[in-house]
Design a protein around this ligand. Structure first.
Ligand code: TMP
Length: 262
C-alpha cells in the first residue's frame, strides 16, 4: 500500500481539483487519492452569509478524522485513508453522488419550518431525506423518483445509501450520547469507489459540527454550526468542546481554561 507512505508535495505545486465552500480538494500523493483541505470559511443559507472563523478547519479535520476512523472500524466503507496534517487528510478519489443525505432524529432546522413542528421534539422514527446537490438551486429537497428519473443514483444505490445512513445514525447516536451530546440530525455525502470493474458506495465528504446538529444532553446548548447560522457566537469554543468530549484533543492541545493555583 504505497499510497499510505507520506510523500511531501509543496503546497504551491499541488494541483487543485475542486474548491467548495468549506474545503479544497488537491491531487493526492498516489493515483486514486486526493487531499482534502479544511478551510476556516463558514457559510450558511447557500453562502449568502459568510465569515472566516479562525481554527474551525483544524477542529473539523480532527473531529471528522475521528468519526471516519470509528466508522471504518465498524465496517462502514469510507473514502478516508489518514490525516496528513492540521488541516488535511488523504482520501480515496470517488465519484460523488450529487445528493445530500440528511438523517433526522429530532425536529429542527428546515423540517421545523417546512412542516410546522415543535423544535426539539423526538421524531416518531428516524427520517432520511434527499437533497439534490446544486448551489445554483440551493440544494432542493427531492424524492427517489427524481433521483432515479434523472439518473443521479439507481434503486440499488439508493438502497445501499439508506442502509449505510441508518447504520451510521445508530452508531453515531451512541457515540455522541457517550460524550453527553444529543445527535439531532446530520448530512452525509456518498461516492462511488471503483476497484477494477467493481463499484462500491462509500461515505465521503466530512462528518463534523459543520454537518451535524449536536445539542448538549444536559443543557440543550447548541454545539454545532447553528451557532454561526443563528449568530449565537462561541463556535470555536463549542467545536473544541465536542472534540474534547470525543477525546480527540491531546492533553497539551486542550484549550487553556482557568487554572487552579495552589
Ligand atoms: P436543515 O435542517 O437545514 O435541512 O439541515 C439538516 C442537517 O444537514 C443539519 O445537521 C445541517 C446539515 N446541513 C449541511 O451539512 N449542509 C447544508 O447545506 C445544509 C442546508 C444542512
Amino acid at each position: 500500500m504505497d499510497f499510505l507512505k507520506p510523500r511531501y508535495i509543496p503546497m504551491n505545486r499541488r494541483r487543485r481539483i475542486y474548491e467548495g465552500k468549506a474545503k479544497i480538494l488537491y491531487e493526492g500523493t498516489e493515483p486514486g487519492t486526493l487531499i482534502q483541505h479544511f478551510k476556516d470559511d463558514a457559510t450558511a443559507f447557500n453562502a449568502k452569509k459568510r465569515e472566516v472563523i479562525d481554527g474551525k478547519g483544524v477542529l473539523n479535520n480532527r473531529i471528522s478524522e475521528y468519526i471516519f476512523n470509528q466508522l471504518n472500524g465498524i465496517g462502514v466503507p469510507t473514502h478516508f485513508l489518514r490525516r496528513i496534517n492540521m488541516r488535511e487528510q488523504l482520501i480515496r478519489e470517488v465519484e460523488i453522488i450529487p445528493l445530500e443525505v440528511v438523517v433526522r432524529n429530532v425536529a429542527a432546522g428546515s423540517l421545523v419550518t417546512r412542516l410546522g413542528l415543535e423544535e426539539g421534539k423526538q421524531l416518531p422514527r428516524s427520517i432520511i431525506e434527499f437533497y439534490h446537490k446544486s448551489d445554483a438551486l440551493g440544494d432542493p429537497l427531492v424524492t427517489e423518483e427524481h433521483i432515479t428519473a434523472f439518473g443521479w443514483a439507481n434503486p440499488q444505490e439508493i438502497d445501499d445509501i439508506m442502509a449505510l445512513a441508518i447504520r451510521i445514525n445508530d452508531f453515531l447516536t451512541g457515540l455522541f450520547l457517550g460524550a453527553g451530546i444529543r445527535l439531532i440530525d446530520f448530512k452525509l455525502e456518498f461516492g462511488r469507489l471503483w476497484e477494477g470493474d467493481m463499484m462500491r458506495i462509500v461515505l465521503a465528504d466530512e462528518v463534523s459540527p459543520d454537518t451535524c446538529r449536536l445539542w448538549d444532553t444536559r443543557t440543550g446548548d447548541k454545539m454545532d454550526k447553528d451557532r454561526f447560522r443563528k449568530d449565537l457566537g462561541g463556535l470555536v469554543e463549542a467545536y473544541t468542546e465536542v472534540a474534547r468530549r470525543l477525546g480527540v484533543l491531546g492533553e497539551n492541545e486542550r484549550p487553556s481554561g482557568p487554572v487552579l493555583v495552589q
